[in-house]
Design a binder for this molecule. Sequence first.
Ligand code: COA
Length: 452
Amino acid sequence: MEFSIPACIGESDDYSISRTCFMSTATIELDGKIQQLPIVIGSEGEKAVDISDLRAKTGYITLDDGYGNTGSCQSNITFIDGENGILRYRGIPIEEVAQKATFIETAFLIIYGHLPTRPELRHFSDLLTENQYLHEDMKYHFQGFPTRAHPMAMLSAMINAASCYDDGLMHWQWGKGKQFEVYAARLLSQVRTIASYSYRKSCGLPMIYPKKAYKYTANFLHMMFSMPYEDYELKPEVVHALDLIFLLHADHEQNCSTATVRMVASSQANLFASASAGVCALWGPLHGGANQAVIEMLQQIHASGDDGSRFIEAAKDKNSNKKLMGFGHRVYKNYDPRAKIIKAASEKLLKVLNLSDPLLEIAERLESAVLKDSYFIERKLYPNVDFYSGIIMRAIGIPLDMFPVIFAIGRMPGWIANYKEIMEDPHGRIYRPRQVYQGPAQQSFVPIEERG
Ligand code: COA
């Protein structure tokens, strides 16, 4: 089989005029027959061979275990250039978004594709406030969980349960326009209420209602940490640091959880059901659980009296079964741009709060040693977003098993925006990958008496 892509790709600027642009074709030879396959070029010059009708034309499918080389969709939301450490939301570099926007402004940008005007932001904030309360009966669902239930299990179950209290969601028919706007705001607002209730439940503490006067992140901290007659003291630096963590997690193109949300959404399941599936996909330690693993690693290094050097040696030894958590990334082969922002924010927060965290010192020592180490340099292993985010969450007092929940709240705008793309795609089809079957060839059923 020969496969060639003509050299003329990218020589014309035709692709700027439409989302899907077939610039040129690739040629593939299968069973002695030449097939032309269209080439799609993204707005940042990413190239893809469109194989969508390869099977119909040739009987062949493509095989890509784990989707490492498969573009599952065309999307307008987030751009990542992992080689150069670039992340942009709707074209705006993450560094600028982090410096100038709040999480809620960012959520609007990600969901609706443009920065909100003042009236649009006001309207969006009002919708979040109007939709923040859970149905009172949901308290009984929370009561049914054991006290030590994991907050991610409660988050996923309760997001799904919340849809049962709304006829519109139960009879969901691709809610568009105003209906989508309300449900998107409801999900974004209620995820925070559900998350904080899950935490209170796991500690056996009474639930705290949201306050109308508080903004998004302040309200979350209030529901997490206030007591019935004693409001949590909201420090602006703490609110800002958590808002930044939400913002930096707001979208990251087709990762495991976002691809899951799109998969579920493609069956036309409602928005809450699709997001609930996203929470489950995020829960695993290879995805949203990594920030927790970083803190556990730093604690282990600290407790063993290591300055980090012994752990680095172990992480390089393939027989040790150890990895330097918070280092390396499937896409970034350069410094994760979010890690730089989080590192600066964690140092600033500890200084303002007058806290000293031995884990931050270990983390900084590890980072500077690793960046000079040929093992990590050769493999392009740099700190990722999870390396420093746990330091901030610890300083705020967020317990370890809530770390992936914080990630889920932050990722909600990305899931909603990806859901919206699926919903609005006029050519949308149910997601249905193929497989290469490797099981037994046809055989006859053997009656139980004859099976020996
Ligand atoms: N510590 C030590 N070695 C590491 C490493 C780490 N954190 N991450 C990768 N490597 C090594 C691998 O052992 C492999 O070495 P080899 O070429 O000698 O076999 C090489 O670097 C390439 O790694 P690979 O596992 O192929 O990279 P990947 O793209 O499949 O995996 C991660 C990416 C993120 C899963 C991986 O880097 C990792 O496990 N990191 C730690 C967990 C983490 O921080 N996850 C959060 C991601 S946001």
